[in-house]
Design a protein around this ligand. Structure first.
Ligand SMILES: NC(=O)c1ccc[n+]([C@@H]2O[C@H](COP(=O)([O-])OP(=O)(O)OC[C@H]3O[C@@H](n4cnc5c(N)ncnc54)[C@H](OP(=O)(O)O)[C@@H]3O)[C@@H](O)[C@H]2O)c1
Length: 321
């Protein structure tokens, strides 16, 4: 298959995706669309893309495009994935895939019916550091894993939707998929218990959250996500015989294994564009004619959205008068 990408939006993540395709992928980006033709033209010029459109609809109608990458605000993912599928396009959509479990399920059903490839863009499960961490856990070197502790924070000043509940913002919906999908990838298991606390932000979304999960009946997971304060990005996986520390776990280039007896092991995978590994995987799936990734599959997406949706609903009950 000759992969021909069309890009939906000029979001800040888009240049990073386009760099990954242009530096390491086999496919060609042939068009970009924005709600503003000027913005689309500027990005097309900067990245040598032949066509720029001033509406998303024009891109969906471009018959030369066979894969659409969607990177809009979160609340619009469902609508644009649906349009892309109706126009016969394979779809890559940024995380979180949709706002609800039901929406995600219906899109996977539709893609299957139309024999089209569909995937949530989750770079973190394709990182070589995370793959190596999985090998170490599976080897049993750390003994049984009992606790995983994630911490992260992010800047909300660059766009208003990031704090808006209506537009799919808030700490949980903006950053929660990384840690949930990393644990699902590492342990290949469903979450068996969940809980969450939040602080109210100024625009409807949560400005900070603490999520606790249970996996495999013997692993506790805690994740702290804040837009209020700066927290160093870090995941620590604790086993009986030691721990693994992964700085900036969602885009990790390094990790350190520290055994209880004092021995250590450093893991290093430097790279310029961390989305490269995800792009390589997607292109392999497309070349093989798959309609679902064996790694970032329906269950990964649907369970993750379902967990976030349930936790958010429990907060709405708290807020009810
Ligand atoms: N995988 C990752 O590492 C990663 C990192 C960051 C973000 N993301 C995800 O990527 C997506 C984009 O995030 P971002 O932070 O890059 O976004 P951003 O820079 O704030 O841009 C969002 C884009 O959405 C488009 N859009 C469509 N409908 C809109 C509406 N009604 N109001 C406002 N904008 C609208 C706009 O594109 P036009 O103006 O060009 O039409 C806008 O540029 C999100 O889903 C986010 O979760 C993923």
């Amino acid at each position: 298959m000759n992969i021909t990408y069309g890009i939906i939006s000029t979001a800040s993540i888009v240049p990073r995706f386009m760099n990954a395709v242009q530096k390491g992928g086999q496919g060609k980006i042939i068009a970009i669309a924005s709600r503003s033709l000027d913005k689309a033209q500027k990005m097309a010029e900067d990245y040598n893309i032949p066509r720029a459109y001033g509406t998303y609809d024009e891109l969906f109608h471009d018959e030369e495009i066979n894969v659409v990458y969607i990177a809009t605000i979160n609340s619009k993912h469902y609508q644009y994935i649906l349009e892309a599928l109706h126009h016969g396009k394979n779809v890559i959509c940024e995380k979180p895939f949709t706002m609800t479990r039901e929406e995600a399920e219906s899109l996977f059903d539709l893609a299957k019916e139309k024999n089209l490839f569909i995937i949530e863009a989750q770079k973190s499960v394709f990182l070589p550091v995370i793959r190596r961490v999985k090998e170490i856990i599976q080897s049993g070197q750390l003994g049984d894993i009992k606790l995983i502790d994630f911490s992260s924070s992010f800047d909300i000043s660059y766009n208003t939707w990031i704090t808006s509940e209506k537009e799919g913002g808030g700490a949980l919906y903006t950053n929660g998929s990384y840690f949930i999908q990393i644990i699902k990838y590492l342990f290949e298991s469903q979450v068996t218990a969940k809980n969450g606390l939040y602080l109210d932000g100024t625009n409807g979304g949560d400005s900070q959250c603490i999520i606790t999960l249970k996996l495999l009946e013997h692993i506790h997971v805690v994740s702290k996500i804040s837009t209020e304060i700066q927290i160093p990005g870090l995941a620590i996986i604790y086993g009986k015989y030691g721990r693994i520390e992964i700085p900036n776990y969602w885009k990790a280039r390094t990790a350190k294994v520290i055994y209880n007896d004092g021995k250590t092991e450093e893991i290093h995978y430097p790279c310029d564009y961390e989305l490269l590994y995800e792009v390589e995987h997607i292109e392999k799936c497309l070349e093989k004619g798959l309609i679902e990734s064996p790694i970032m599959n329906r269950d990964m997406t649907v369970e993750t959205i379902g967990l976030m949706e349930d936790i958010k609903k429990s907060w709405q009950i708290d807020k009810a008068p």
